[in-house]
Ligand binder design. Structure first.
Ligand SMILES: [Zn+2]
Length: 595
């Protein structure tokens, strides 16, 4: 006798009880932007909902991951995780997706455990594009896995094809598309079957660039006496205004439809000039990355491509020579608030030391500027009126009268010179005067020598950059493994050889013909006061006096005062307590001019 109870019959042999179908949708899109290759979240949502309707299911809700790639193994898919949680708690029994690639674009193996778990939980997977995959249906599961695999192969194949073409173009040194740097147009040409692009000078833009660079070089070190209402034509803002006035089109006006109203701006011009492409070098833009790791569109620099020796890879005819570009770069990078070209309106404003830093600075670190509008001209901190005060910074405006500070600085310098002419001059004084003499001699040397020095300093700076790029690559794991390590060591040796060659050449250019400082002439005066009525100081013109201060002084720091009358002395005003003055110092071995 056969005794069977329903409990002994395997569950799969029983007719399925009529359970209400409860559906959820899962929506994923890899980028927040809509892209033609993917169905938009809107499309995915509406097709998922109507699919639920067609299948007679009650639609519960959507789970979504927008802006998360199906490729990234580390991406945390919050929507997906929440969907799994809801599945485990039995909240639904049908999962609807637009297509199977919503699960994962990576290895099929990654998707199998998830699909199996959903099936174990009794959940039917519905893919609008691929069909229905019911739980306990082994064939359906196998088919689903095959579909996933096919989807992955397809997209892999597609991106490999794109990658291969890009790699071939890159190997040929082709311009890879995108907006060309200012000064250039892209020109298409064929090499065999490969379509390549190269950068060629855009006649008008290149000419404009050369004109801008010439203007900057003409005015950047030259103090101009400024009459009222007259501007220094060599500043970036003056150049921008001039171009706007002349109607020279910006890139946006020439090319873009949506940016046709763009005007010349200092920032844009600065980045145009900082682009190594204008010196013919291949470079990638570097964008700012936020603390949370997301890339922004804010340009923060360029990285130059380098060959095995670490030398820049050239990609086109330079618009300005590389050596000149390095000098331009140094000038542009050294510029900050209030650090324009030399203005010549006062003795101390706008002076630069050997490191191209402002000599006259406020205690808060900002440079001081000259303010000549009042009855008593002052030097004043360049902190903007609306810039909030940082803790520890001066609250009120920090200014000092020009006549007081000029007098103080000149006296300090002449004290050093007087000491230097004594037989028992201090070591400190001799060091200052030696450094001043070195700089003075350099200014007197033959232009060819000066040009070569610039060239060699640029070469050394470039090799040093190449070395630091190399170390960055090492940190990024580009030279891992024994073969990589060997390549790294070889490259490093070649770059270091360049640095030492440049240093040896600089050494031989170091002391061309030492010129003696005209100390006696500077001190000459009738009554013994080097600042007296008929002294050199009293009769020299402003440009010469500014050069004189630059020779001796490295930095002047102006401290704020709580009591403006505190410095009053008989017949004048003593600023000594408020001023810190650093004289020039010979460079130590470890420092370099280009750093
Ligand atoms: Zn300040």
């Amino acid at each position: 006798m056969v005794n069977t109870t329903p409990a002994d019959v395997p569950a799969s042999f029983l007719p399925a009880p009529a359970i209400e179908a409860v559906a959820v949708g899962y929506v994923r899109q890899s980028s927040a932007k809509t892209d033609k290759s993917e169905a938009s979240p809107l499309t995915q949502r509406s097709t998922n909902e109507s699919e639920a309707l067609t299948r007679g299911a009650r639609f519960l809700r959507h789970f979504e991951d927008i802006g998360i790639s199906g490729w990234d193994p580390d991406a945390y898919r919050e929507g997906f995780e929440n969907m799994l949680k809801a599945a485990r708690s039995g909240a639904f029994n049908m999962l609807i997706v637009y297509d199977v690639s919503r699960f994962s674009r990576r290895e099929v193996m990654d998707a199998i455990p998830i699909v199996s778990e959903l099936h174990r939980l009794g959940i039917t997977i519905v893919s609008v594009m691929d069909g229905i995959f019911a739980p306990r249906d082994t064939m359906a599961l196998i088919y689903l896995i095959m579909r996933l695999d096919a989807v992955n192969k397809e997209s892999e194949h597609k991106s490999k094809k794109v990658r291969d073409v890009k790699a071939a173009q890159r190997a040929e040194g082709s311009w890879l598309g995108g907006q060309t740097p200012y000064g250039f147009d892209a020109e298409r040409y064929l090499k065999g079957k490969l379509s390549l692009m190269r950068l060629v000078h855009s006649k008008k833009e290149a000419a404009n660039l050369r004109r801008i660079v010439a203007l900057i070089f003409k005015y950047k070190d030259q103090p101009v006496s400024k009459r009222k209402g007259q501007r220094n034509p060599g500043t970036l803002s003056a150049i921008c205004d001039d171009m706007t006035a002349k109607g020279i089109p910006t890139r946006g006006q020439r090319k873009g439809k949506d940016r046709a109203n763009s005007a010349w701006g200092v920032k844009t011009l600065k980045w145009i000039l900082l682009n190594p492409a204008i010196a013919g070098m291949r470079a990638d833009p570097i964008y700012k990355v936020k603390d949370n790791g997301t890339k922004t569109n804010t340009l923060i620099g360029y990285r130059i491509h380098r060959d095995e020796d670490g030398r820049p890879v050239m990609m086109c005819e330079p618009i300005i020579p590389p050596a000149q570009w390095y000098e331009l770069q140094a000038w542009l990078m050294g510029r900050g608030q209030g650090e324009g070209v030399a203005r010549g309106t006062s003795l101390l404003s706008g002076l630069r030391n050997a490191d191209r830093k402002a000599i006259l600075t406020c205690e808060c670190g900002r440079p001081d500027k000259a303010q000549n509008s009042g009855a008593k001209p002052v030097y004043v901190c360049t902190r903007g009126t609306y810039v909030p005060t940082k803790p520890g910074e001066h609250e009120a405006k920090n200014s000092v009268m020009q006549s007081h500070l000029d007098d103080y600085v000149a006296r300090r310098i002449f004290a050093v010179i007087q000491d230097a002419t004594c037989s028992d001059a201090s070591a400190e004084t001799l060091a200052i005067v030696a450094e001043a003499a070195r700089v003075f001699s350099m200014a007197q040397e033959r232009p060819e020598t000066a040009a070569e020095r610039t060239e060699v300093v640029a070469e050394r700076a470039d090799a040093q950059n190449a070395l630091s790029d190399l170390y960055d690559d090492l940190d990024a794991g580009l030279y891992s493994g024994p073969v990589g390590r060997e390549r790294f060591i070889a490259k490093k040796a070649r770059i270091e050889a360049r640095i030492s060659a440049a240093e040896a050449r600089l050494e031989s250019l170091a002391d061309p013909e030492s010129v003696e400082l005209p100390l006696a002439a500077w001190l000459e005066s009738e009554n013994g006061d080097p600042l007296g009525e008929d002294s050199w100081w009293a009769t020299a013109d402003l440009a010469d006096k500014r050069k004189f201060v630059e020779l001796f002084v490295r930095k002047i720091t102006v401290k704020p005062t709580a009591n403006a009358h505190g410095g009053r002395v008989r017949g004048g005003y003593d600023v000594t307590k408020r001023i810190e003055l650093e004289f020039v110092q010979p460079k130590r071995e470890s420092e370099s001019e280009a750093a």
